[in-house]
Design a protein around this ligand. Structure first.
Ligand code: S3P
Length: 169
């Protein structure tokens, strides 16, 4: 099995979709933010505060190299900016979870842990800036994706099913 790489904007549900796919398949799963946090033994928020974004992006590149070289049969969920690593396409099939900015925001705000979900994401602190970032990134996400899944108002089960069907083709 080729790796599946889930990309998409912060809060679109990459982690939740990854966990759902794991339930319905033999894929192992890893998350690039989790890998970075364990490498550094500190949270993403702390890494941004203490070292800055540039340092974090370097760690993403390191993770990307390792994934390409050492990981197979795995569902890889990624941070919203991970799609920019040079070797992205060599890691696996790129699946974009796509939704309008307003829907993503709504999903985050309606979550039982909304406060924590927003607080842990340094680039979501200013919603106007986050929206501008979304506008810049969306065409770039579309350009690198092998498969685009519109996740708007769909259940996790339906999204997972769609992805598994499309990657098998
Ligand atoms: C980022 C998204 C975050 C995390 C970091 C930067 C981004 O991951 O990697 O805060 O640049 O969009 P999520 O997409 O899981 O929120």
């Amino acid at each position: 099995m080729k790796n599946i790489v889930l990309i998409g904007f912060m809060g679109v549900g990459k982690g939740s979709v990854a966990r759902e796919i794991v339930k319905h398949s033999d894929y192992m799963a890893v998350d690039t933010d989790d890998l970075i946090e364990s490498m550094e033994n500190r949270k993403i928020k702390k890494i941004f505060e203490e070292e800055g974004e540039k340092y974090f992006r370097k760690l993403e590149k390191r993770v990307a190299k390792w994934l390409e070289k050492s990981v197979s049969d795995t569902l890889i969920s990624t941070g919203g900016g991970f799609y920019k690593v040079d070797n992205l396409k060599k890691i696996g099939t790129i699946v974009l979870l796509d939704a309008p900015f307003e829907k993503i925001l709504q999903r985050l705000q309606e979550h039982p842990n909304a406060k924590r979900k927003l607080a842990k994401r340094p680039l979501l602190q200013d919603l106007q800036k986050a929206k501008a970032l979304y506008e810049v990134r969306r065409p770039e996400y579309l350009a690198v994706a092998d498969i685009v899944i519109d996740v708007t108002d769909k259940s996790l089960a339906k999204i997972a099913k769609e992805i598994l069907k499309k990657v098998k083709k």
